[in-house]
Design a protein around this ligand. Structure first.
Ligand code: NAD
Length: 371
């Protein structure tokens, strides 16, 4: 099965495909929901790029959520999606007209899947139109913008959820269950390695105006978020070191490689790596007094594979975005509480940490965190 990194690498012409292991494709169980006759979350996707397409395909198997609308600046893409997903004309918008979604009773939520720096104003506009918002990670490009998005959604009385698909992944959730049940004992150490060799230097991911940074915003955020849900605490300090081998490709403000460390209130420490210049990095390792847990690959599209000191993790592979969208419908309509939050506040915590990592890398100082 193709990982997201493979996809970006192929798209951008890189020759080395990230093959973490000769993946044994586990049985795919695309939706945990077998029978459902409750309300269906009717979603419009904003940004019909590579990840938007993946979400649309995954939503075909959803029981509680349905793709019903699109927002795009490219008329030909809108036509293609209309034909492919049976989307009526009245549910199609562009970036100038999408505030009118306000008057559309057939759309409940907008899923924002555009370049990172656009999320802030797009989410606020959707909130003002009175629709629930799902926003891709990183929720925005700094904590201040993220907090403004949270505030706007609160004010408009709409839900804001962030596309943290790993929060619904079965092997990840099993490790979290084991840790919470005390089966691993006191957590001592986490290692998160996240990276891939990025291709095309002209893509938006390497343009600070659109990306807000480099590898940290895109892939390092998985190690940050993962450190928090694997350790089960919020970090209280961070240190970071940046290295750059290609100043032409990774311009000022676009990080190529950052190593960073966290301290947690319970005494655990974390050591993480975020990079756009190395392959084969998609691994989480948690060490605790009574055992360990490892995920490798840990955050790709799957199958996720892993083991703990008790043996292999055997939970089935799921299509992450299918389960995520069904679960998000449950959060919006039924007030379900996921084991690891996916709300705007969760997104802001990661952004506060990213702000601190950038500051630590720049100043060489240990930065204290209050999340
Ligand atoms: P992409 O380049 O494939 O798609 C981006 C889309 O936004 C394109 O359709 C593009 O036309 C549109 N767009 C609108 N305004 C634009 C502008 N001013 N400049 C450039 N493009 C513009 O990117 P993607 O990989 O789909 O990523 C989109 C978002 O999804 C990012 O925030 C990314 O971090 C996130 N993402 C999340 C995951 C995940 O696993 N959760 C995976 C991939 C991407």
């Amino acid at each position: 099965m193709q990982s997201r990194r493979d996809f970006i690498q192929k798209l951008t012409g890189s020759v080395i495909a990230l093959q973490i292991s000769p993946a044994v494709i586990a049985a795919s169980c695309n939706s945990a929901v077998t029978h459902y006759d409750g309300p269906v979350l009717r979603v419009a996707i904003m940004g019909l790029g590579s990840y938007g397409t993946r979400v649309a395909e995954a939503m075909k198997d959803c029981k509680k959520a349905k793709l019903v609308g699109v927002i795009s600046g490219t008329p030909s893409k809108i036509k293609d999606w209309q034909a492919k997903y049976n989307i009526p004309e009245k549910n199609c918008y562009n970036y100038e007209t999408f505030d009118q979604v306000k008057n559309n009773p057939d759309i409940d939520a907008v899923y924002v899947i555009t370049p990172n720096a656009l999320h802030h104003h797009q989410v606020i506009r959707v909130a003002k139109a009175g629709k629930h918002v799902i926003c891709e990670k990183p929720m925005s490009i700094n904590a201040k913008d993220g907090q403004e998005m949270v505030d706007a959604c609160k004010k408009a009385n709409v839900k804001l959820l962030v596309g943290y698909r790993m929060h619904f992944e079965p092997k990840t959730l099993e490790i979290i269950r084991m840790r919470k049940a005390g089966e691993l004992g006191k957590v001592l150490f986490f290692q998160g390695l996240c990276g891939f060799n990025i291709g095309d230097p002209t893509q938006w991911r390497l343009n600070k105006q659109l990306s807000g940074g480099g590898s940290m915003m895109d892939i390092g955020i998985y190690a940050i978020n993962g450190a928090r849900y694997m350790v089960g605490e919020e970090p209280i300090w961070v240190t970071a070191q940046e290295t750059k081998t290609n100043h032409e490709k990774f311009k000022e403000g676009v990080d190529e490689t950052i190593q960073f460390q966290f301290g947690f209130p319970g005494g655990a420490v974390a050591s993480c790596l975020s990079t756009y210049a190395m392959n084969n990095l998609d691994r989480f390792f948690l060490d605790a007094e009574k055992g360990y847990a490892e995920l490798y690959p840990s955050t790709g599209y799957g199958p996720i594979q892993g083991r703990t000191s008790k043996g292999e993790l055997t939970q089935p592979h799921v299509t992450h975005q299918t389960v995520q969208m069904d679960e998000m419908a449950g959060i919006i309509f039924e007030g379900k509480q996921p084991p690891v939050p996916v709300d705007g506040e969760e997104g802001v915590k990661d952004l506060k940490i990213i702000d601190a990592i950038f500051e630590a890398a720049k100043t060489g100082k240990k930065i204290n965190l209050k999340l």
